[in-house]
Write a protein that binds this ligand. Structure first.
Ligand code: SF4
Length: 448
């Protein structure tokens, strides 16, 4: 770490200490100080931040104060430093350098499946398709992180399977890589008192709990009694002052309840700080296209999430409809990639086609492989940021990339041909296109 980064890290640590003395007053003072030294940089961002801090009616005013009052101080400081300094300030410049040097994508985050095993048996879970015998060993994950850090990656996101089946190893990895942030998609049923204490001890582990909606929807897919267990885990995390969020997949069946005000309110009351929305993807030979939202349903989701994030203290991201904020598709290593429990390196957590395995190639070699370079050269896949995906909204592109590069299906249970997968998206893409074009024109004109 160079001198200026060390100074910034110390500065951030000192700023946190100062804020904790009196968050409400000192946030304002710190903002005045930042404005004085910013010399005109980041003016729009600073204006939003000032509005949040000064206006007690702004939904994020309470959100920020809750973070300081209701989350463990050391957890906030550790995640703050690891996220802002390591994953962004230090990490970003190292990534940029590697992008220039190697002429390929270099990710900001790495998603990986520690195991394909799961303690639940959810209907239609793509993770379950891999069977339950595959694992990345502790040493393999450790080595992926070591290689990642060399390229500037300090964000690691566990998917699966149920990652917490391996919770002891995951805690050891948090300890060993105390400069990283570890986010974990989990069904939450394995979060208990002892694990919450371990999270408090390591301070850099953040769960993103999967929910389908309320009790009926969650138990319908994940099994009876699951919702109750999840609620108990959320209450435990809140009581232990731990930072956590929610991951939610919207379908034609649950889009209404999962984007409702009542759902938001229930999450805020239980101490969740963020919700990440994913559009249903018909991935896997058995996945039903009937669960794809209609254009009207997707539009409704688009408007609801945008409205609710203006009025509710819950940070919401809608990955399929928010692509404009990240310049389109972020897969193929542009901002992230996915490594499954067999070591296959997929461009995206939903795109199970690969030509590389981390047991045979270095991370950098994987990033320079034909399918990853096809992503690199093809991005953005559409100028319309409401049609970002080479599978969902532009299925001809994924079909072409997979055939051209010879990438193979990494679904070990039931390999699906790219033609079968993309065939399920063709009608969806055609139906969504006119709505997406209209909405994108409005967005560009500043109407949304
Ligand atoms: S491939 Fe599709 S689902 Fe994956 S990040 Fe890109 S746009 Fe999103």
């Amino acid at each position: 770490m160079d001198v200026s980064t060390t100074v910034k890290k110390l500065g951030l640590e000192q700023a946190f200490r100062y804020l904790y003395k009196d968050p409400e007053q000192n946030l304002l003072k710190l903002m005045d100080w930042a404005d004085k030294f910013a010399k005109g940089e980041f003016a729009p961002q600073r204006a939003v931040l000032r509005e949040v801090i000064e206006n007690p009616d702004h939904p994020y005013h309470q959100y920020v104060l809750n973070l300081f009052r209701n989350v463990d101080e050391d957890v906030v400081k550790t995640i703050g430093v690891n996220f802002f300094i390591n994953a962004n300030l230090v990490g970003w410049s190292t990534q940029e350098e590697a992008r220039r040097k190697y002429g390929c994508n270099v990710p900001w985050a790495i998603l990986l499946d520690p195991t394909s095993a799961c303690n639940l048996h959810c209907t239609g879970c793509w993770a379950a398709e891999y069977g339950n015998k595959l694992n990345l060993s502790f040493d393999e994950i450790d080595d992926i992180i070591r290689q990642g850090k060399e390229l500037g990656v300090y964000m690691y996101i566990y998917t699966g399977g149920e990652p917490l089946v391996r919770k002891r190893d995951l805690i050891r990895l948090c300890e060993k890589h105390s400069d990283c942030v570890f986010l974990c998609f989990t069904n939450a049923t394995l979060i208990d008192e002892a694990f919450a204490d371990e999270m408090l001890r390591v301070k850099n582990f953040v769960p993103a709990i999967s929910l389908e909606g309320f009790e009926e929807a969650t138990d319908g897919r994940r099994g009876k009694g699951t919702y109750e267990k999840v609620i108990r885990a959320m209450e435990l995390l809140q009581r232990k002052k731990l930072l956590y969020g929610i991951s939610a997949c919207y379908t034609s069946a649950n889009y209404d309840s999962i984007t409702s005000e009542a759902f938001y309110d229930s999450l805020i009351e239980k101490g969740a700080y963020f919700i990440w929305y994913f559009h249903y993807m018909p991935v896997g030979n058995d996945a039903s296209p009937a669960l794809l939202p209609t254009p009207e349903q997707r539009l409704e989701v688009y408007h609801r999430i945008r409205r609710l994030r203006r009025v509710k203290p819950l940070f919401a991201m809608d990955f399929q409809n928010d692509a404009e904020y990240v310049g389109g598709c972020i897969a193929g290593g542009r901002r992230y990639l996915h490594i499954n429990a067999n070591g296959d390196v997929d461009p995206c957590v939903f795109i199970h086609y690969s030509d590389s395995n981390i047991r045979e190639k270095t991370l950098l070699e994987c990033l320079r492989s034909p399918i990853f370079m096809a992503y690199h050269d093809g991005q953005p896949f559409n100028e319309n940021m409401l049609r970002p995906c080479p599978m969902l909204e532009n299925p001809q592109l994924l079909r072409e990339m997979v055939h051209r590069t010879g990438a193979r299906s990494t679904d070990l249970q039931s390999p699906e041909s790219v033609d079968h997968l993309c065939g399920k998206c063709t009608a969806y893409a055609e139906n969504w296109k006119p709505e997406a074009e209209r909405l994108w024109e409005e967005t560009k004109a500043g109407g949304k």
